[in-house]
Design a protein around this ligand. Structure first.
Ligand code: PLP
Length: 358
Protein backbone atom coordinates (compact mmCIF):
# COMPACT_ATOMS: atom_id res chain seq x y z
CA UNK A 1 0.00 0.00 0.00
CA UNK A 2 1.29 3.47 -0.83
CA UNK A 3 1.68 5.94 2.00
CA UNK A 4 1.33 9.72 2.06
CA UNK A 5 4.95 10.79 1.71
CA UNK A 6 5.81 14.26 3.06
CA UNK A 7 9.55 13.95 2.39
CA UNK A 8 11.42 17.15 1.52
CA UNK A 9 13.40 15.27 -1.12
CA UNK A 10 13.72 12.89 -2.78
CA UNK A 11 9.99 13.32 -2.69
CA UNK A 12 6.63 12.06 -3.84
CA UNK A 13 6.07 11.72 -7.60
CA UNK A 14 2.64 11.78 -9.29
CA UNK A 15 1.04 8.33 -9.25
CA UNK A 16 0.06 8.63 -12.92
CA UNK A 17 3.72 9.27 -13.76
CA UNK A 18 4.95 6.27 -11.78
CA UNK A 19 2.37 4.05 -13.46
CA UNK A 20 3.27 5.31 -16.91
CA UNK A 21 6.98 4.76 -16.16
CA UNK A 22 6.19 1.26 -14.88
CA UNK A 23 4.31 0.43 -18.07
CA UNK A 24 7.29 1.53 -20.15
CA UNK A 25 10.04 0.29 -17.87
CA UNK A 26 10.63 -3.06 -19.52
CA UNK A 27 10.26 -1.91 -23.09
CA UNK A 28 9.99 1.68 -24.27
CA UNK A 29 7.66 1.89 -27.26
CA UNK A 30 8.79 -0.65 -29.80
CA UNK A 31 12.48 -0.03 -29.11
CA UNK A 32 12.92 -3.43 -27.46
CA UNK A 33 14.78 -1.75 -24.57
CA UNK A 34 14.22 0.09 -21.35
CA UNK A 35 15.07 3.81 -21.38
CA UNK A 36 17.71 2.90 -18.77
CA UNK A 37 19.46 0.67 -21.27
CA UNK A 38 19.48 3.02 -24.24
CA UNK A 39 22.46 4.74 -25.74
CA UNK A 40 22.25 8.45 -25.06
CA UNK A 41 23.12 8.87 -28.74
CA UNK A 42 20.19 6.75 -29.95
CA UNK A 43 17.35 8.39 -31.83
CA UNK A 44 14.84 7.14 -29.24
CA UNK A 45 16.71 8.77 -26.36
CA UNK A 46 17.44 11.94 -28.32
CA UNK A 47 13.70 12.34 -28.87
CA UNK A 48 13.02 12.00 -25.12
CA UNK A 49 15.80 14.48 -24.35
CA UNK A 50 14.56 16.98 -26.92
CA UNK A 51 10.95 16.67 -25.76
CA UNK A 52 11.96 17.22 -22.14
CA UNK A 53 13.77 20.46 -22.98
CA UNK A 54 10.93 21.66 -25.21
CA UNK A 55 8.31 20.86 -22.56
CA UNK A 56 10.31 22.69 -19.91
CA UNK A 57 10.33 25.76 -22.12
CA UNK A 58 6.63 25.46 -22.87
CA UNK A 59 5.41 24.76 -19.32
CA UNK A 60 7.52 27.47 -17.68
CA UNK A 61 7.22 29.93 -20.58
CA UNK A 62 10.97 30.34 -20.98
CA UNK A 63 11.93 33.19 -23.35
CA UNK A 64 13.99 32.43 -26.46
CA UNK A 65 17.16 34.07 -25.14
CA UNK A 66 17.51 31.50 -22.34
CA UNK A 67 19.00 28.03 -22.49
CA UNK A 68 17.70 25.05 -20.50
CA UNK A 69 20.59 22.82 -19.39
CA UNK A 70 20.45 19.38 -17.82
CA UNK A 71 23.38 18.84 -15.46
CA UNK A 72 24.41 16.55 -12.63
CA UNK A 73 25.94 17.26 -9.24
CA UNK A 74 22.77 18.56 -7.59
CA UNK A 75 22.07 22.08 -6.45
CA UNK A 76 25.25 21.87 -4.41
CA UNK A 77 27.39 21.80 -7.53
CA UNK A 78 25.71 25.01 -8.66
CA UNK A 79 27.07 26.70 -5.54
CA UNK A 80 30.45 26.36 -7.32
CA UNK A 81 29.49 26.50 -10.98
CA UNK A 82 27.70 29.82 -10.58
CA UNK A 83 30.70 31.75 -9.21
CA UNK A 84 33.10 29.88 -11.53
CA UNK A 85 31.09 31.01 -14.56
CA UNK A 86 29.56 34.30 -13.48
CA UNK A 87 32.18 35.99 -11.31
CA UNK A 88 34.05 38.17 -13.78
CA UNK A 89 34.68 41.21 -11.59
CA UNK A 90 34.98 38.86 -8.61
CA UNK A 91 32.05 39.88 -6.40
CA UNK A 92 28.45 38.97 -5.80
CA UNK A 93 25.66 39.80 -3.35
CA UNK A 94 23.82 37.18 -1.27
CA UNK A 95 20.71 37.11 0.90
CA UNK A 96 21.17 34.45 3.58
CA UNK A 97 17.74 33.02 4.38
CA UNK A 98 18.69 29.52 5.42
CA UNK A 99 21.15 26.71 5.18
CA UNK A 100 21.20 26.42 1.37
CA UNK A 101 21.46 30.16 0.84
CA UNK A 102 24.31 30.13 3.38
CA UNK A 103 26.11 27.35 1.54
CA UNK A 104 25.77 29.17 -1.78
CA UNK A 105 27.38 32.20 -0.14
CA UNK A 106 30.17 30.32 1.62
CA UNK A 107 31.13 28.32 -1.48
CA UNK A 108 31.25 31.53 -3.52
CA UNK A 109 33.84 32.90 -1.08
CA UNK A 110 36.35 30.49 -2.68
CA UNK A 111 36.21 32.52 -5.88
CA UNK A 112 35.76 36.11 -4.85
CA UNK A 113 33.90 38.46 -2.55
CA UNK A 114 30.56 36.98 -1.46
CA UNK A 115 28.87 39.89 0.24
CA UNK A 116 25.95 39.22 2.61
CA UNK A 117 23.35 41.92 1.91
CA UNK A 118 20.90 40.65 4.54
CA UNK A 119 20.29 37.59 6.68
CA UNK A 120 17.47 36.19 8.80
CA UNK A 121 19.74 34.08 10.96
CA UNK A 122 18.83 36.15 14.06
CA UNK A 123 15.37 34.48 14.23
CA UNK A 124 16.29 30.99 13.02
CA UNK A 125 15.47 31.94 9.43
CA UNK A 126 11.74 32.20 10.20
CA UNK A 127 11.27 35.21 7.91
CA UNK A 128 12.64 36.86 4.77
CA UNK A 129 14.56 40.04 5.58
CA UNK A 130 13.43 43.37 4.18
CA UNK A 131 15.78 44.39 1.37
CA UNK A 132 16.95 47.90 0.58
CA UNK A 133 18.21 48.06 -2.99
CA UNK A 134 20.38 51.02 -1.95
CA UNK A 135 22.60 48.51 -0.11
CA UNK A 136 23.09 46.30 -3.19
CA UNK A 137 26.42 46.50 -5.03
CA UNK A 138 25.64 47.85 -8.53
CA UNK A 139 28.99 46.42 -9.66
CA UNK A 140 28.26 42.88 -8.47
CA UNK A 141 28.47 40.07 -11.04
CA UNK A 142 25.19 38.65 -9.74
CA UNK A 143 22.73 38.75 -6.85
CA UNK A 144 21.85 35.38 -5.30
CA UNK A 145 18.70 34.32 -3.47
CA UNK A 146 17.22 31.01 -2.40
CA UNK A 147 13.63 31.66 -3.48
CA UNK A 148 12.02 28.94 -1.36
CA UNK A 149 13.82 27.78 1.78
CA UNK A 150 13.15 24.07 1.98
CA UNK A 151 14.34 23.58 5.55
CA UNK A 152 12.77 26.65 7.17
CA UNK A 153 9.60 26.87 5.06
CA UNK A 154 9.92 30.46 3.90
CA UNK A 155 9.51 32.00 0.47
CA UNK A 156 10.32 35.45 -0.91
CA UNK A 157 7.07 37.49 -1.02
CA UNK A 158 8.54 39.57 -3.87
CA UNK A 159 11.70 39.60 -5.94
CA UNK A 160 14.45 42.08 -5.10
CA UNK A 161 14.99 44.82 -7.67
CA UNK A 162 18.60 44.26 -8.68
CA UNK A 163 18.59 46.64 -11.66
CA UNK A 164 21.07 45.45 -14.28
CA UNK A 165 22.75 42.96 -11.91
CA UNK A 166 21.59 39.44 -12.89
CA UNK A 167 19.35 37.81 -10.32
CA UNK A 168 20.31 34.18 -9.62
CA UNK A 169 17.81 31.98 -7.79
CA UNK A 170 17.95 28.55 -6.22
CA UNK A 171 14.46 27.19 -6.98
CA UNK A 172 15.18 23.59 -6.05
CA UNK A 173 12.08 23.19 -3.91
CA UNK A 174 9.60 25.39 -5.78
CA UNK A 175 10.28 25.26 -9.51
CA UNK A 176 7.13 24.26 -11.43
CA UNK A 177 4.94 24.82 -8.35
CA UNK A 178 3.54 28.05 -9.79
CA UNK A 179 4.17 30.31 -12.80
CA UNK A 180 7.43 32.29 -12.78
CA UNK A 181 8.55 35.23 -14.91
CA UNK A 182 11.85 33.82 -16.14
CA UNK A 183 12.79 37.13 -17.78
CA UNK A 184 13.35 38.61 -14.31
CA UNK A 185 16.27 36.25 -13.71
CA UNK A 186 19.75 35.83 -15.10
CA UNK A 187 19.91 32.22 -13.94
CA UNK A 188 17.54 29.79 -12.22
CA UNK A 189 18.68 26.42 -10.95
CA UNK A 190 16.92 23.48 -9.34
CA UNK A 191 17.86 19.96 -8.44
CA UNK A 192 15.13 17.59 -9.59
CA UNK A 193 14.38 15.47 -6.57
CA UNK A 194 11.89 17.84 -4.89
CA UNK A 195 9.34 18.77 -7.51
CA UNK A 196 10.63 17.67 -10.91
CA UNK A 197 11.92 14.10 -11.16
CA UNK A 198 13.93 11.53 -9.23
CA UNK A 199 17.43 12.56 -8.10
CA UNK A 200 20.12 12.73 -10.75
CA UNK A 201 19.39 15.72 -12.93
CA UNK A 202 19.77 19.41 -12.10
CA UNK A 203 18.10 21.97 -14.30
CA UNK A 204 19.76 25.30 -15.08
CA UNK A 205 17.92 28.02 -16.97
CA UNK A 206 20.45 30.63 -18.03
CA UNK A 207 20.24 33.84 -20.03
CA UNK A 208 22.45 33.44 -23.07
CA UNK A 209 24.65 36.46 -22.45
CA UNK A 210 25.77 34.88 -19.16
CA UNK A 211 27.16 31.80 -20.91
CA UNK A 212 30.81 32.74 -21.13
CA UNK A 213 33.61 31.30 -23.20
CA UNK A 214 36.03 30.00 -20.58
CA UNK A 215 38.09 27.88 -22.97
CA UNK A 216 41.40 29.48 -22.03
CA UNK A 217 40.71 29.34 -18.30
CA UNK A 218 41.37 26.87 -15.51
CA UNK A 219 37.64 26.19 -15.06
CA UNK A 220 37.14 22.46 -15.79
CA UNK A 221 35.27 21.71 -19.02
CA UNK A 222 32.58 19.86 -17.06
CA UNK A 223 31.96 22.95 -14.89
CA UNK A 224 31.46 25.39 -17.76
CA UNK A 225 27.87 26.17 -18.74
CA UNK A 226 29.03 26.61 -22.32
CA UNK A 227 29.97 22.93 -22.53
CA UNK A 228 26.33 21.99 -21.93
CA UNK A 229 24.82 24.85 -23.91
CA UNK A 230 26.89 23.99 -27.01
CA UNK A 231 26.09 20.27 -26.85
CA UNK A 232 22.40 20.45 -25.90
CA UNK A 233 23.43 18.87 -22.55
CA UNK A 234 24.85 15.85 -24.39
CA UNK A 235 28.56 16.57 -23.99
CA UNK A 236 28.86 13.39 -21.95
CA UNK A 237 26.28 10.86 -20.75
CA UNK A 238 23.43 12.77 -19.12
CA UNK A 239 21.25 11.21 -16.37
CA UNK A 240 19.00 9.69 -19.01
CA UNK A 241 16.38 8.07 -16.80
CA UNK A 242 15.88 11.17 -14.64
CA UNK A 243 15.46 13.24 -17.78
CA UNK A 244 12.89 10.75 -19.07
CA UNK A 245 11.02 11.00 -15.75
CA UNK A 246 11.23 14.78 -15.90
CA UNK A 247 9.55 14.64 -19.30
CA UNK A 248 6.73 12.50 -17.87
CA UNK A 249 6.27 14.94 -14.95
CA UNK A 250 6.10 17.88 -17.37
CA UNK A 251 3.49 16.05 -19.46
CA UNK A 252 1.53 15.42 -16.27
CA UNK A 253 1.68 19.11 -15.29
CA UNK A 254 0.51 20.08 -18.78
CA UNK A 255 -2.38 17.61 -18.62
CA UNK A 256 -3.47 19.14 -15.30
CA UNK A 257 -3.67 22.63 -16.80
CA UNK A 258 -0.10 23.87 -16.46
CA UNK A 259 1.50 26.02 -13.79
CA UNK A 260 -1.52 28.25 -13.13
CA UNK A 261 -3.48 25.13 -12.20
CA UNK A 262 -0.55 23.83 -10.13
CA UNK A 263 -0.49 27.08 -8.21
CA UNK A 264 -4.20 26.83 -7.46
CA UNK A 265 -3.84 23.22 -6.36
CA UNK A 266 -0.82 24.07 -4.17
CA UNK A 267 -2.48 27.12 -2.59
CA UNK A 268 -5.51 25.06 -1.72
CA UNK A 269 -3.42 22.37 -0.06
CA UNK A 270 -1.26 24.84 1.85
CA UNK A 271 -4.35 26.69 3.10
CA UNK A 272 -5.81 23.48 4.55
CA UNK A 273 -2.66 22.94 6.59
CA UNK A 274 -1.90 26.54 7.59
CA UNK A 275 -5.52 27.26 8.55
CA UNK A 276 -5.46 24.31 10.89
CA UNK A 277 -2.04 25.25 12.33
CA UNK A 278 -3.32 28.77 13.02
CA UNK A 279 -6.37 27.45 14.85
CA UNK A 280 -4.71 24.58 16.74
CA UNK A 281 -3.84 24.86 20.41
CA UNK A 282 -1.22 22.14 20.13
CA UNK A 283 0.54 22.65 16.79
CA UNK A 284 1.89 25.88 15.46
CA UNK A 285 3.61 27.16 12.34
CA UNK A 286 7.16 28.44 12.83
CA UNK A 287 6.99 30.98 10.00
CA UNK A 288 5.63 34.53 9.86
CA UNK A 289 2.47 34.58 7.75
CA UNK A 290 3.59 36.63 4.78
CA UNK A 291 6.72 34.55 4.23
CA UNK A 292 5.14 31.10 4.28
CA UNK A 293 6.19 28.56 1.67
CA UNK A 294 3.60 26.80 -0.46
CA UNK A 295 5.80 23.71 -0.59
CA UNK A 296 7.43 23.12 2.80
CA UNK A 297 5.45 23.60 5.99
CA UNK A 298 7.41 23.29 9.25
CA UNK A 299 5.49 23.14 12.52
CA UNK A 300 6.05 22.30 16.18
CA UNK A 301 4.15 21.47 19.32
CA UNK A 302 6.68 23.27 21.50
CA UNK A 303 7.39 20.01 23.30
CA UNK A 304 10.04 17.68 21.89
CA UNK A 305 8.46 14.58 23.42
CA UNK A 306 5.12 15.38 21.78
CA UNK A 307 6.88 16.04 18.46
CA UNK A 308 8.50 12.61 18.61
CA UNK A 309 5.27 10.91 19.62
CA UNK A 310 3.42 12.63 16.80
CA UNK A 311 6.00 11.66 14.15
CA UNK A 312 5.93 8.05 15.33
CA UNK A 313 2.13 7.76 15.44
CA UNK A 314 1.76 9.55 12.11
CA UNK A 315 4.17 7.11 10.51
CA UNK A 316 2.19 4.16 11.83
CA UNK A 317 -0.95 5.72 10.34
CA UNK A 318 0.63 6.05 6.88
CA UNK A 319 1.93 9.66 6.95
CA UNK A 320 5.67 9.34 6.51
CA UNK A 321 8.77 11.55 6.51
CA UNK A 322 7.22 14.24 8.73
CA UNK A 323 10.31 14.84 10.89
CA UNK A 324 11.79 18.33 10.52
CA UNK A 325 15.28 18.77 9.09
CA UNK A 326 17.95 17.36 11.39
CA UNK A 327 19.23 20.90 12.01
CA UNK A 328 15.89 22.28 13.30
CA UNK A 329 13.79 19.40 14.71
CA UNK A 330 10.01 19.58 15.02
CA UNK A 331 7.95 18.55 12.01
CA UNK A 332 7.84 19.49 8.36
CA UNK A 333 5.27 18.51 5.78
CA UNK A 334 6.54 18.96 2.23
CA UNK A 335 3.52 19.22 -0.04
CA UNK A 336 4.95 19.34 -3.54
CA UNK A 337 2.89 19.23 -6.76
CA UNK A 338 2.49 15.46 -6.56
CA UNK A 339 0.94 15.48 -3.06
CA UNK A 340 -2.82 15.12 -3.58
CA UNK A 341 -5.19 17.33 -1.59
CA UNK A 342 -6.58 14.22 0.15
CA UNK A 343 -3.09 13.62 1.59
CA UNK A 344 -3.15 17.02 3.30
CA UNK A 345 -6.80 16.73 4.37
CA UNK A 346 -6.19 13.33 5.91
CA UNK A 347 -3.05 14.57 7.64
CA UNK A 348 -5.03 17.43 9.18
CA UNK A 349 -7.71 14.96 10.32
CA UNK A 350 -4.99 12.92 11.95
CA UNK A 351 -3.48 16.00 13.62
CA UNK A 352 -6.90 17.01 14.98
CA UNK A 353 -7.35 13.58 16.48
CA UNK A 354 -3.86 13.68 17.97
CA UNK A 355 -4.64 17.09 19.46
CA UNK A 356 -7.87 15.79 21.05
CA UNK A 357 -6.07 12.77 22.51
CA UNK A 358 -3.13 14.67 23.98
C1 PLP B 1 17.58 20.15 -1.67
C2 PLP B 1 18.11 21.52 -1.87
C3 PLP B 1 19.46 21.75 -2.16
C4 PLP B 1 20.47 20.64 -2.24
O1 PLP B 1 20.30 19.86 -3.35
P1 PLP B 1 21.31 18.68 -3.73
O2 PLP B 1 20.76 18.19 -5.02
O3 PLP B 1 21.27 17.68 -2.64
O4 PLP B 1 22.68 19.26 -3.88
C5 PLP B 1 19.85 23.06 -2.38
N1 PLP B 1 18.98 24.08 -2.30
C6 PLP B 1 17.69 23.89 -2.02
C7 PLP B 1 16.77 25.06 -1.94
C8 PLP B 1 17.20 22.61 -1.78
O5 PLP B 1 15.91 22.43 -1.49
Amino acid sequence: MRVYNFSAGPAVLPEEVLKKAASELFEYGDSGQSVMEMSHRSKEYEAIHGDCGALFREVLGIPGNYKVLFLQGGANMQFDMIPLNLMVKGKADFVVTGQWAGKAQSEAMRYGTANIVASSKDKTFSYIPELDSGTFDPEADYFHICYNNTIFGTKFPALPDTGSVPLVADMSSCILSEPADVSKYGLIYACAQKNVAPAGVTVVIIREDLIRDLSGSKVPTMLQYKTYADSDSLYNTPPTYSIYMCKLVLEWIKSKGGLAAMKQHNEKKAAVLYDYLDSSKLFKSTVEKKFRSLMNVPFVTGNEEFDKKFIKEAKAAGFVNLAGHRSVGGMRASIYNAMPIEGVEKLVEFMKKFEEDN
